[in-house]
Design a protein around this ligand. Sequence first.
Ligand SMILES: Nc1ncnc2c1ncn2[C@@H]1O[C@H](COP(=O)(O)OP(=O)(O)OP(=O)(O)O)[C@@H](O)[C@H]1O
Ligand SMILES: [Mg+2]
Length: 220
Amino acid sequence: MKEETMCEYAVCLDNISFTYEGATVIENLSLRVRPGEHIGIVGESGCGKSTVLKIIAGLYEADRGEVVIAGERSPEKIRKHTAVVMQHNNLFPLSIRDNITCGHDISEEAVRIACQNASLTEWIESLPDGLDTNVGERGNQVSGGQAQRIQIARALCKDAQIILLDEPVSALDQDTGQSVLNALNALMYGKTVIHVTHHRETLDHSYTVYRMKGGKLVRE
Ligand SMILES: Nc1ncnc2c1ncn2[C@@H]1O[C@H](COP(=O)(O)OP(=O)(O)OP(=O)(O)O)[C@@H](O)[C@H]1O
Ligand SMILES: [Mg+2]
C-alpha cells in the first residue's frame, strides 16, 4: 500500500500476522480506522482481541505485514500517540500519582480531575499516603478494580489522539462502571477509539463493530 494512503488513517494494519511460540493468533489481518472513528471489537475469549490491541498500542510487533499508527511505524513513537487501558493490570511498582502521570509534567489539578472522573477520589482520600501510596510489585497491593481505574485516570491525563480500551470496566460494579464509561466517553469525543469488549451493549451507535474470528476482523 502507498505510504501517503496509509498515513491518511489513524490506524492502518495491512496483512499482519502474529504468532506466540508456534501458535498463530493473527493471520493476514487488515484494518483501517479513520481519524475520529470509533471501532468496537467483539469475539470469543482467546480469539486474539487483546493481541491486536497490543500491536496497535506499540506494545507488540507484528511478525509480518505493515503497521502504521498515527503515521508512525516505530513502536516507541506509536506509544506516544496512544492511550491504553489494558484488560490486565499493567501498573508500575510506583506511587498511584506516578502511575497516572507516567513521569510527564501533569498538573496536580489535572490529576485530581482525572481521579474524580475515574471514581478514585474516595478511595485515595482513605489512604494514609493518598496519591503517594505505592501500588506494589505489578500493582499487587491494589484490587483489580482499583488498578483498572488508575489506568483510566492515566488515559484521561494523556492527551493522545488514539484511545485503546480492552474491557476497561470489567472489574468494576455496574454503577461505578457506568460512571467511569461516561467519563471515558467525554474523553473520546473527536478522538479515534478502539474498544474491545464482551459487552456489546456498552458500544453506542457511534461504533462500527468488528468480530474477530479465525485470526481476522470481519465487519458485523
Ligand atoms: N503471552 C502469551 N503467550 C502465549 N500465548 C498467549 C499469550 N497471550 C495470549 N496467548 C494466546 O493467544 C490467544 C489470543 O489471546 P488474546 O489474549 O489476544 O485473546 P482475547 O481475544 O483477548 O481473549 P479474552 O476475550 O479472553 O480476553 C489465546 O489462545 C491465548 O492463550
Ligand atoms: Mg483479551
